[in-house]
Write a protein that binds this ligand. Structure first.
Ligand SMILES: NC(=O)c1ccc[n+]([C@@H]2O[C@H](COP(=O)([O-])OP(=O)(O)OC[C@H]3O[C@@H](n4cnc5c(N)ncnc54)[C@H](O)[C@@H]3O)[C@@H](O)[C@H]2O)c1
Ligand SMILES: O=P(O)(O)OC[C@H](O)CO
Length: 346
């Protein structure tokens, strides 16, 4: 791939951002910083008004003064003029949001999926959902260790941009990257999406370990054995090991499973402390994708004959089928096995 210098000239001058949550707003802020014109579509009228009138988004991204260059809108037709879209609707709303913008999106527009999750019911990754609803879109995925608040404050961050079309990948990285927002290209859309979806489920497990005060050894064991699950599923679905061990896989798992800035980790922590899921979710407006993706991840694992006991445990806890204590007992009672699958998968 040709190398790009952050901030170099790009034909993708106007970026549309679909989603006014923490991540959509932070990405809009970052795209402005990269020198792009930005139009942000948000679901709530109040969010649109607040961004345009006060340059803040206090519900989803509190404490950040937004760039005056961000123009917010509630009208899907306003994104038609964008040269590329960043698609940041939560996974369970992605189909509906994509359907709303479908009539307005010119065929051939690059759509960069920044959502991390799997659709319940269909068990479809976001690239499949977006391709079904927006068949003319050129799909890419942006994923990696990136808390919205840190990106919005321009703290250094590095991500993976997965795009099967190398030339488009170069254009997108040139359009989005800047000094504190480094973007690395790969063509491996599958692994990038598996990493982003599975790490959210594993972060809930890591949070439970923290909430139960099981200690640093248990945390490291949970993250490492969880990563083995992420790699097994990623490879079974056709993803590459190098991508799974990169920013969008291991990198994001390290971040999400070790900081209570993560909504998934903090939700797990609260579960581990004995709080009810309904009570935790009732007190949040923000999304915890792992809760919604756990079932789909487990279903995909079953379909492909992949063992994912930690993800299964999280799924049965969030479904209310197993108590936290019983799930932990079941994991600790599993038969001993070889650490690495043998013979090693190629
Ligand atoms: N927040 C982060 O640090 C971060 C970082 C990387 C990726 N992501 C991913 O980005 C995606 C969006 O997360 P977020 O953090 O921006 O969201 P958020 O939790 O901050 O906000 C929730 C979002 O859901 C939207 N919403 C609520 N009800 C809706 C409906 N009925 N239809 C459509 N939209 C509705 C809200 O408008 C808001 O944009 C998720 O997949 C998340 O995993 C988040
Ligand atoms: O707050 P979380 O758990 O949704 O994680 C946010 C990002 O995905 C971290 O990369």
């Amino acid at each position: 791939m040709a190398t790009n210098t952050p901030g170099e000239a790009t034909r993708l001058q106007h970026i549309g951002v679909i989603g006014g949550g923490a991540w959509g707003t932070a990405l809009a802020q970052s795209a402005c910083r990269a020198g792009r014109k930005v139009t942000l579509w948000a679901y709530e009228f109040e969010t649109v008004a607040e961004i345009n009138d006060h340059r803040t988004n206090r519900v989803y991204l509190p404490g950040v003064a937004l760039d005056p260059g961000i123009r917010a809108t509630a009208k899907a037709k306003d994104i038609a003029a964008a040269d590329a879209l960043l698609f940041v609707a939560p996974s369970q709303f992605s189909r509906a949001v994509a359907s709303e913008i479908a009539p307005h999106l010119p065929s051939g527009t690059p759509v960069v999926i920044c959502t991390k999750g799997v659709e319940q019911g269909t068990n479809a990754f976001m690239s499949e959902v977006v391709h079904e609803v927006l068949p003319g879109a050129k799909i890419a995925v942006l994923s990696g260790p990136s808390f919205a608040g840190e990106v919005a404050r321009s703290l250094p961050t590095a991500l993976t941009l997965a795009c099967p079309d190398e030339a488009l990948g170069a254009e997108l990285t040139a359009a989005l990257a800047h000094r504190t927002f480094r973007v690395y290209w790969t063509d491996d859309v599958t692994a990038a999406q598996v990493g982003g979806a599975v790490k959210n489920v594993l972060a809930i497990a890591a949070g439970i370990v923290e909430g139960r005060k099981f200690g640093a050894n248990a945390h490291a064991a949970m993250v490492t054995r969880g990563f083995a699950e992420l790699v097994r599923l990623g490879r079974a679905l056709g993803g590459r090991f190098e991508t799974l061990t990169g920013l969008s896989g291991l990198g994001d798992l390290i971040l999400t499973a070790s900081s209570v800035q993560s909504r998934n980790m903090s939700l797990g922590l609260a579960l581990g402390q004995g709080r009810l899921l309904s009570e935790i979710l009732g007190q949040r407006k923000s999304v915890s994708e792992g809760v919604h993706s756990a079932g789909a991840v487990v279903a995909l694992a079953a379909k492909h004959g992949v063992e994912m006991p930690i993800c299964e445990a999280v799924h049965s806890v969030v479904k209310g089928e197993t108590s936290v204590d019983d799930a932990i007992d079941a994991l600790l009672s599993r038969p001993l096995r070889a650490e690495v699958d043998f013979p090693p998968a190629q």
